[in-house]
Design a protein. Sequence first.
Length: 386
Amino acid sequence: MESGRHLSCRSMPGFDPLALIDACYAAAVEPETWSDALDGIADAVGARGAVIVSHDPARTAQTLASERIADVNLDYGVGGWWQHDTRIRLGRERGIMRPGMVTVDEMYLTAEEKRADPFFQHFIDRHRLANLCAYVGADPMDRHTLSFSASRDVRNGPFEGAEIERMGLVGPHVIRAFRLTALVGEMRREAEGLTSALERMRAGIVVLDVRGRVRLVSPVAERLAAGYLALRTGAEPEAAEPIDSARFGRFLADVLPERSWPRQETILLRRRGGGRPLYVEALPLRGADPFPVAGAGLGGGVVLLLRDLLAPSTRPIEPLLEQLGLTRAEARVAALVGRGAAPREVAEQLAVGESTVRSQLKAVYGKLAIRRQSELAVFITRLDSL
């Protein structure tokens, strides 16, 4: 069922969604409080505990769970049971695990199928768990999905409508705060050399203080922001395209922590003079200053993630193209054009003449035995997905 933010569940006694959401964002900069934040949500939906799981096979074993189900989490991760979770397999096969979905066990297996399933027999039953309700989110940085799940005790029955609705309301924020935890963690590990830590990230990072003033800008962000945003340390960022100025101002006012909870968390900005849009996502910094060593004074601020929607979200494919006989310059052109950039845009980005780009593109077509840009787009998309 698709998640929705309905006002009905907010007014229910004992359920304070803003307090639960704030606790998650506070945990992003104070990770030791994650267990309490997850327990609070588990209580709100009548569950024993809650857990966040990445569906990236390289990270699925690295889960984050509330203390009340620490033994379950340890067995699931270190014990290797994540490799046998029938729900993940069926979710992929049936297309159930789509970002924005709230799922329950009944969407995967019937009661009879559960009784015959080894994962439920030897893991779920042994830990005396019953139904599970999960919100499915996505990490736009690497396209892998994540789930935030609450597990019922065996004594309780299925999740009810109001409880499922609550998961859909807080779930998106739990996933975003979890992503922010990793981001802040990497920044903290190199607080003395913050710039080098940010350079290794695939998104451009702009950190604003509680008043919305620019405090930190990564080199990637400086490059991505050109033509889209004016970023001056100590001043609020401004949209470069006049038609976006008022809209971006409202976006910033909405995401600053002292305001009411954000209604809009992402925005697309036009490039001054034309070109493809820039994706901007806001992640609140709740709690204490995440960079006390750097003396940045950023407690309560906002992190802006800047992303080029047509840039690769996986490893570079240029080396693969070079294996097919393309030169390094031709490989760069093929990758950019295949992702939707016009020859003129490629020429501007690579600082070469448009005629040079068109000549290299002609060579690419010949070496790859293709005749039109649509065929190149299909080919590059498949390489990106490897």
